[in-house]
Design a protein around this ligand. Structure first.
Ligand code: CUA
Length: 326
């Protein structure tokens, strides 16, 4: 889809409908096709509704001699039979064509695996052309203008993967693998959400999608492949010691250290992410400390317990250590 068509679609979308999480602000060809389908179906449905309502009111309120034609054979054949057949015969193939042309797997697409968890997203970039695999969480970084195929499944209940600005939804079903392909055609930050009720914190299950230029994407990927950086300040070393002593490593991986728990999000480069808690807060020392101490207060029902026994000083060094893992 051309940039001009995308710009036209943007101009058409009402002010306030644009944004990082809006199907009315398409940033890729697939989203644009779905946007037009929605627009045409909605406008068409509205026009037909107004027409039928108008005829209905006419039938009720017009004098009997003037509304007699409404009961005629011709009206019934044209309005009741021919009109719906013509309209539906146009809309059905149009819908099928949109379905055919969206979510098309492209050769050479970047492969990413996303696993839905209660209530966060495990994201894996598999090994590819000599680049090693790594995991991250709650963020999907993609190159602009290149096709991406996301392979999705779930670790627990049914979730649904949806990036409104970039394409349609796909269910994440335990024991089953589904795929969704799309291309981000405009650099930027978008917001993905879970679109299937999956438990208490369904509404707080979001993720960041960042579409970067190719060189920036490759730099990000190269940085993510590396093991975690060593603490270079006593304050940060103390944070790492606390991380170790509190047993954080039995649920979280920090590559390059003995922390190898596979249960929770990989924290090797947690400091490089924009948000924490699956899109809940901006990522900084304050929010990290608050999260560790009050997890169950902030997001009741998540698998991570609140660690309320740390002192303020301990929390600060632990959070600073995590924040330093860029
Ligand atoms: Cu996951 Cu709703």
């Amino acid at each position: 889809m051309t940039t001009r068509a995308a710009a036209f679609a943007c101009a058409l979308s009402l002010a306030g409908c644009s944004g990082v999480q809006s199907a009315l602000d398409p940033a890729g060809g697939d989203a644009l096709r779905i946007y037009w389908l929605t627009l045409i179906m909605t406008l068409g449905g509205t026009l037909i509704f107004l027409l039928v309502t108008g005829v209905l009111l006419y039938a009720i309120f017009a004098p009997p001699e003037r509304r007699a034609w409404l009961g005629g054979r011709r009206t019934i054949v044209v309005g009741g039979l021919a009109f719906p057949i013509v309209v539906l015969s146009g809309l059905l193939p149009y819908g099928l064509i949109v379905m055919r042309d969206t979510d098309v797997p492209m050769p050479g697409a970047l492969q990413v695996e996303v696993i839905g968890e209660q209530y966060w997203w495990r994201v894996k970039y598999p090994e590819e052309g000599g680049k090693s695999e790594f995991s991250t969480a709650n963020e999907l970084i993609v190159p602009v203008g290149s096709p991406v195929t996301v392979t999705v499944t779930s670790a627990d209940v049914i979730h649904s993967f949806w990036i409104p600005n970039l394409g349609g939804k796909i269910d994440m079903i335990p024991g089953r693998i589904n795929r969704l392909s799309f291309t981000a055609e405009r650099p930027g930050i978008y917001r993905g959400v879970c679109a299937e009720f999956c438990g208490d914190q369904h509404a707080r299950m979001a993720f960041d999608v960042v579409a970067l230029e190719r060189t920036a994407f490759e730099a990000w990927r190269a940085a993510q492949e590396k093991p975690a950086r060593e603490p270079d300040l006593p304050f940060l070393s103390r944070g790492r010691a606390l991380f170790r002593a509190a047993g954080c490593g039995s649920c979280h991986v920090v590559r390059g250290t003995e922390a190898d728990g596979a249960f929770g999000p990989d924290l090797t480069h947690v400091g490089s992410r924009r948000t924490i808690g699956a899109g809940q807060f901006p990522n900084n020392i304050g929010t990290l400390a608050g999260w560790i101490a009050n997890t169950q207060h902030i997001k009741p029902g998540v698998r991570m317990p609140s660690y309320g026994s740390f002192t303020g000083e301990e929390l600060r060094s632990l959070a600073a250590y995590l924040e330093s893992l860029k």
